[in-house]
Design a protein around this ligand. Sequence first.
Ligand SMILES: [Fe+2]
Ligand SMILES: [Fe+2]
Length: 211
Amino acid sequence: MVRQLGVPAGLVEQLAMTSRNASPRIHNTSHDGDGGWFMPTIEKIPVALLNEPLEYIFAYHFHQRVVLATLQHFAEEASASRADADTIKAFLTHDLVLHHADEDDDLFPLVRLRALPEDGLGTVLARLDDDHRRDETRVEEIVRALTRRTEECSVRLSKGVCEMIQSYVTDKNHHSAVENGVLLAIARIRLARKDLKAISRGMKARRGLTH
Ligand SMILES: [Fe+2]
Ligand SMILES: [Fe+2]
């Protein structure tokens, strides 16, 4: 029986449906050869969306949700095909790194500056900062596990790594739900056009784009 990737329907997806601009498309096009499981191919977020940085970040969170569902599948199977492991590894070592820098260096500082005391964002931002730092070690461990070269065409994952992946997936889904439901919601209200332009400039520069 063909099993499709079960991306859980939750707050993030509901928000994705109602987002003003972001509508990332995901296709099931690749096959990992482990009995009919298909990993979704995630299209690149359009570069033009960098002009609307909050929508770009929102779209990234949607893509990340799919990556996390894929990692969950790896953990449940205690293995991954080499091709799928390489795809997820590339996301974790490139896209995720850029995303954390977008938030740490551009989004969070400006939201911190513009938020009003009654927004109560101090604790939320401190927690999100902590999450990013804590993620670094776990992501390094996941990448190491996915990189392990063996004679087989699939990557076998130890019980300890699978448990760590599952806790990472749970925590990261919660982290992104808070960013979507609280941080971006307040950012949309508090940030002025010039703030959004500054965030957009930083995100473009990080990707080697000048305008
Ligand atoms: Fe974050
Ligand atoms: Fe994020």
